[in-house]
Design a protein around this ligand. Sequence first.
Ligand SMILES: O=P(O)(O)OC[C@H]1O[C@](O)(COP(=O)(O)O)[C@@H](O)[C@@H]1O
Length: 276
Amino acid sequence: MISSQYAGKRVRLSRILPDGKSVIFAFDHGVEHGPGEISEGRLDPRVLIREVVEAGVDAIMTTPGIARMTWDIWANRVAMIIKVSGKTSLRPAEDQLLQSIISSVVEAVALGGDGVAATVYWGSQYEDKMLERWTQIRLKAEELGVPALQLAYPRGPHIKNRYAVDIVAYGARAAMETGADLIKTYYTGSTETFRQVVKAAGGVPVLMSGGARTASPQEFLRKVHSVMEAGGSGVVVGRNVFQAGDIRGMVRAIRAVVHEGADPEEAAKLLDGSGA
Ligand SMILES: O=P(O)(O)OC[C@H]1O[C@](O)(COP(=O)(O)O)[C@@H](O)[C@@H]1O
């Protein structure tokens, strides 16, 4: 007989990846990068969360403060993943390769959450401490039937190119072997190389981390399409949505690529043109 924890995890994963794929809105930037990255009209979390929920994201990955402030908007409409680690860019540069614990699996469940997320900077001089924190979170999540998404971000003094396929594949493999139920990592620049990352993850769903806003929405949609072609399970995207001119159109276009296999040019027709 399967355990309650196993069943619970499957229930929650089915909400995050309804068809095995997902468009997850990432919004923990206020901590990671500061409010300056968010345009004034979008600083009110209730305004932005309402927009992306109504536009049709499958899930949101955000901080406990924002999840609490917007519960009535996302409840019973999209899956909620609580980011339980974080760091600010106010720290001295060398200390920015460590993330602190800002929430817990218990709080994520109390909030009505479907998952937890935490970062591991593979290769950082703090890798050991980050792994300890990841493992505590992951084991508690296991106990409570909550999927754990690892932001597998290779980043450290010996890592020359964090986007190189061997580095990204290493981080994805390490994420799988340290018990991640979902992996979010960098795009490696091509379908062929990202396919190697997906293979390295050994069957654990791999989602692309959006990254800085691209020069055009079409460029971002091409990246998403490449990730899906490579066997990826979707995207976890922040800036390319909340910095877009047409947020709703951008979410619809990303959904078309992820869930319907639309090609980027077709999907771009869903934008209202203000995305410049
Ligand atoms: O890679 P960086 O610059 O540290 O950015 C971290 C940010 O990227 C994310 O992982 C994904 O968001 P983006 O799509 O904006 O890159 C966020 O969760 C996080 O705040």
